[in-house]
Design a protein around this ligand. Sequence first.
Ligand SMILES: Cc1cc2nc3c(=O)[nH]c(=O)nc-3n(C[C@H](O)[C@H](O)[C@H](O)COP(=O)(O)OP(=O)(O)OC[C@H]3O[C@@H](n4cnc5c(N)ncnc54)[C@H](O)[C@@H]3O)c2cc1C
Length: 66
Amino acid sequence: MAGAISTGTHGTGITLGNLATQVIGLKFTAADGTQVVASSSENPTLLEGGRTARSSSSGFRTRIRY
Ligand SMILES: Cc1cc2nc3c(=O)[nH]c(=O)nc-3n(C[C@H](O)[C@H](O)[C@H](O)COP(=O)(O)OP(=O)(O)OC[C@H]3O[C@@H](n4cnc5c(N)ncnc54)[C@H](O)[C@@H]3O)c2cc1C
């Protein structure tokens, strides 16, 4: 799932977004081991950007919530 949301896989048009648009929460582990949670109430900017960001820019996704 992490790979599929990273690559913006399988959108079907303006009314039904790709898999990344359905994500409501993410948990990242950074290179230094720090863990960061992103949701609409906690780090919302990271949630928006982190949906399709690759592992090098935001950290490794360890949890995805739909
Ligand atoms: C034959 C074929 C047909 C396809 N047809 C379509 C199609 O019609 N439409 C479409 O949209 N796509 C299509 N794809 C693309 C494919 O669906 C996606 O590339 C795939 O779903 C990505 O998932 P994966 O698990 O293989 O990702 P991976 O290759 O494992 O990862 C992709 C990228 O995601 C990042 N990543 C992976 N895991 C993490 C993590 N835990 N944390 C942070 N970053 C991470 C990495 O940067 C990695 O390079 C097709 C692919 C193939 C092979």
